[in-house]
Design a protein around this ligand. Structure first.
Ligand SMILES: [Zn+2]
Ligand SMILES: [Zn+2]
Length: 351
């Protein structure tokens, strides 16, 4: 019922920016270690990613951009965007294997080998068609979803990373088969600056992009309120054949880059609901990727507990990974989130 694949290759660890750059593959390594130590791989299968061709990659990225990344990868010098995403030697191969992991996850779900597939090495939601952005080189999420559409009719993407999933949103903006939900911190001067409630999709995809812009300080209580009032009814109404969860760990209350205030328990509550929705609506088809997360240990803990939940593992082994209590939002934040939820209900016709 919860047959789960964990997509992994030790080469994932190569995708780690040098020096004091915040994006480190330590999170992925720790997640695998936490799972190993608790015997999880007696019940979860480790599956290696199958490397995809450049041809497949060009479904969502321009040939020129792919060539640009390859060149930068040879020298390892300079930047891939205007500041956040430096090149390093081998960045092309390191990015390609991680995108391949998400494509492998899609294949395993598409051919019904597994109910659930997890690629903690994926979740690069800021990458655009011809542009790297926010530590993301190739957009595995958009590519995975495009490929999933060949077998499955409708896909719901739920992005709980603390940042707006802008790259994925724009790559799939007019796609009528994909419901795109992103919950993220929103503030004028906060990266990437998009993701307001007014962005709802275009063309045939109009109404299928749902942005939930949360104020800094949003904690478990109001995050879950918005999630349950907006995301749950919309996903139920959409009846997806596959749910795709982008589980960025940077909405955590002690993340150094984002000021949302989710506890590990808050994360677990969200993942539990999504897992349950996958069984209610999508014949169990659920893919989880990683994403951001700059408090490395907390991110690894969030991912480990999420995977345990998805795989239906006995939680007694995992309990000591939990941190603090539920966290409450301030009165100011409560009021703001209530207003946003009311506005979203009007925009998206939710009763
Ligand atoms: Zn399950
Ligand atoms: Zn993020």
């Amino acid at each position: 019922m919860h047959k789960t694949a964990f997509i992994w290759d030790d080469k994932y660890l190569d995708y780690s920016f040098p020096g004091d750059h915040p994006f480190k593959s330590l999170r992925e390594a720790m997640t695998k270690k936490f799972l190993e130590e608790r015997g999880a791989f007696h019940e979860i299968d480790i599956v290696k990613p199958k490397i995809i061709s450049e041809e497949l990659l060009s479904l969502i990225h321009s040939k020129e951009y792919i060539e640009f990344v390859k060149k930068k990868s040879e020298t390892g010098e300079g930047l891939l965007d205007d500041g956040d995403t430096p090149a390093f030697k081998g960045i092309f191969e390191a990015s390609l294997i991680r995108v391949s992991g998400t494509v492998t996850a899609v294949e395993l779900i598409g051919n019904s080998s597994y109910d659930h597939a997890v690629n903690v090495g994926g979740g690069f939601h800021h990458a655009k068609r011809s542009e790297a952005s926010g530590f993301c080189v190739f957009n595995d999420v958009a590519l995975g979803i495009k490929l999933a559409e060949r077998k499955l009719k409708k896909i719901a993407l739920i992005d709980i990373d603390g940042h707006h999933g802008d790259g994925t949103q724009y790559l799939l903006y007019d796609d009528p088969n994909v419901l795109k939900v992103s919950l993220h911190m929103y503030h004028q001067r906060f990266f990437p600056g998009t993701g307001s409630e007014e962005e709802i999709g275009e063309g045939n995809g109009k109404g299928l992009t749902i942005n939930i812009p949360l104020p800094p300080g949003t904690a478990d209580d109001m995050y879950l309120y918005a999630f349950n009032e907006i995301v749950v009814p919309k996903v139920k109404e959409f009846k997806p054949d596959l749910i795709f969860l982008l589980n960025g760990g940077d909405a955590y209350y002690e993340d150094p880059l984002v000021e949302l205030k989710l506890s590990t328990k808050g994360y677990l509550e969200v993942v539990r609901t999504i897992h349950s929705l996958s069984h209610q609506l999508s014949n169990g088809r659920l893919i989880m990727t990683g994403g951001g997360g700059y408090n490395y240990e907390a991110t690894a803990r969030i991912w480990t507990l999420s995977i345990a939940e998805i795989a239906g593992l006995d939680f007694t082994e995992f309990e000591n990974l939990e941190d603090c209590c539920f966290i409450a939002s301030s009165e100011f934040v409560k009021k703001r989130v209530m207003e946003i939820v009311e506005k979203l209900k009007k925009i998206h016709g939710i009763k």
